[in-house]
Design a protein around this ligand. Structure first.
Ligand SMILES: [Zn+2]
Length: 180
């Protein structure tokens, strides 16, 4: 680290303290005695995503954020909820210490978190990520949610069917079926 004033290549550390995720050092130039500050931060090792076709791609936070944002579009989620979800996943991935992670693992992590956040966003994300081939696959995913909603609904969860109880929906479908 060269002195920003005279460009001399050596300095001594006169003060050092930990800040959030790094170290702040106060330095003094050994040539002109000017004082300046440097910050040291840990650079996370790069993380690669193994795609379905086995190609490797560097983990791209912006891309993942874009996909999840799209699934959450126009959903009444608290500000910053999507960013927090991505932050948590990113931290978990780096904490795992692995240098390569299959894209399916990341997709499953997103699904697990969306399921606790918003069912509609979950279904939207799942339909893209799981590539629902037809309406039956989509219906199966919704049915699974309705079953799990009956047994356990997270306190933060928005209702899947805001104006109807599952019972009423079934009743109406039955009625419709009788119409020739
Ligand atoms: Zn200097």
């Amino acid at each position: 680290m060269n002195c920003p004033y005279c460009n001399y290549n050596d300095s001594k550390v006169i003060d050092s303290r930990d800040v959030n995720d790094g170290v702040r050092r106060r330095r003094q130039c050994l040539s002109c005695n000017a004082r300046f500050t440097t910050y040291e931060r840990i650079q996370p090792a790069s993380l690669f995503v193994i795609k379905k076709d086995q190609r490797r791609e560097e983990f791209n936070r912006v891309k993942l954020l874009g996909g999840v944002r799209k699934a959450c579009e126009k959903r009444p989620l608290p500000t910053g909820a999507v960013e927090k979800l991505i932050d948590d996943i990113e931290a978990e991935l780096y904490r795992s210490g692995k240098s390569e992670v299959p894209s399916t693992v990341i997709g499953d992590m997103v699904m697990a978190k969306l399921k606790n956040l918003d069912y509609i966003a979950y279904i939207r994300f799942a339909s893209v990520y799981r590539e629902f081939a037809d309406i039956t696959a989509l219906k199966d995913a919704v049915d699974t949610l309705v079953v799990s909603q009956k047994s356990h609904t997270p306190a933060s969860q928005l209702s899947l069917l805001p104006n109807e109880k599952p019972g009423e929906l079934v009743g109406r479908q039955r009625k419709n079926r009788r119409i020739p």
